[in-house]
Design a protein. Structure first.
Length: 262
């Protein structure tokens, strides 16, 4: 069954339609790449999925549960919204780590705030926090950062910061991990280490949506690719098919321009 079902998402800013009838599904354990020119609506789509924007129309379901249905809008309380957001993890281009916290604290922070809502929190606080910290250390180890846990963001390279941000997103056990151009803010020599950990996550069947301009990476790692153009899905399918034998003229133009720039 599809873990994520998106149907007929529509979003305008003023008179500008930014997302136009976006529908797709994502299977559990699979990786979806979103490609397309700047301004085609990729970030807005990720923001709608993470409830940072509200679409004007459409339906979002995760594991069959309706999280959003604009035909039958629910009253969104802050607590409800927070619960819905937990289905998705988000890794930004610019990391957005908290500068005043260590790598480890960045990874444990959200979990420790959520833990306060547990009924057994007061009684078992010490154990709960120790468990969160152990889990965060495991994630940092997975990201190759075991010996950087006590460092602050300014003491880490961009690639290391981004790997902390990935660990932080994973710490909340999202159903779907979303990346918005995770390597675009990095020096070229640092993109490899970030792409490597994302590739490892794909091999471990983490369900992911990745907005990227790394075409070779998208072709290689994704199970499906969506090419967005002017707010619409222009073409989607197996990355090898889409990259090597694009059906749509717009896709051909985009890929050709991309090859020229490289
Ligand atoms: N908050 C906003 N208000 C008005 N226009 C916006 C806003 N966010 C994005 N847009 C516009 O929506 C379009 C799509 O933007 P975006 O989703 O960021 O595209 P991409 O990530 O593919 O570059 C662009 O034309 C952008 O200027
Ligand atoms: Mg964007």
């Amino acid at each position: 069954m599809a873990i994520l079902e998106v149907e007929h998402i529509q979003k305008s800013f003023g008179a500008t339609r930014v997302l136009d009838d976006i529908s797709f599904t994502l299977e559990k354990g699979k990786t979806l790449s979103l490609i397309g020119s700047s301004g085609s609506g990729k970030t807005t789509l990720l923001r709608c999925l993470n409830f940072l924007e509200t679409p004007d129309q459409g339906v979002i379901r995760v594991t069959g549960e309706v999280l959003l249905d604009m035909a039958q809008p629910q009253k969104q309380t802050a607590a409800l919204l927070r619960k819905k957001r937990l289905h998705f993890g988000l890794v930004f281009q610019s990391f957005n780590l908290f500068p005043q916290y260590t790598a480890l604290e960045n990874v444990t922070l959200a979990g420790s705030l959520l833990a306060r809502e547990r009924p057994d929190y007061r009684e078992h606080k010490k154990d709960i926090l120790a468990e969160l910290e152990a889990q965060a250390m495991d994630l940092l180890t997975q990201m190759g950062l075991r010996d950087r846990a006590e460092r602050y963001p300014h003491q880490l390279s961009g690639g290391q910061c981004q790997r902390v941000a990935i660990a932080r997103a994973l710490a909340l056990h999202p159903d779907i991990l979303c990346f918005d151009e995770p390597t675009s803010a990095l020096d070229p020599e640092l993109t490899g280490e970030v792409l490597r950990v994302i590739r490892e996550l794909a091999e471990r069947e983490t369900t992911m949506m990745i907005v990227t301009h790394e075409m070779a990476f998208a072709r290689d790692v994704a199970d499906t690719v969506i090419f967005m153009d002017d707010g619409k899905i222009c073409e989607q399918g197996d990355p090898r098919e889409v990259f090597d034998h694009p059906k749509e003229e717009r896709t051909r133009q985009f890929l050709a321009r991309y090859r020229q720039e490289r």
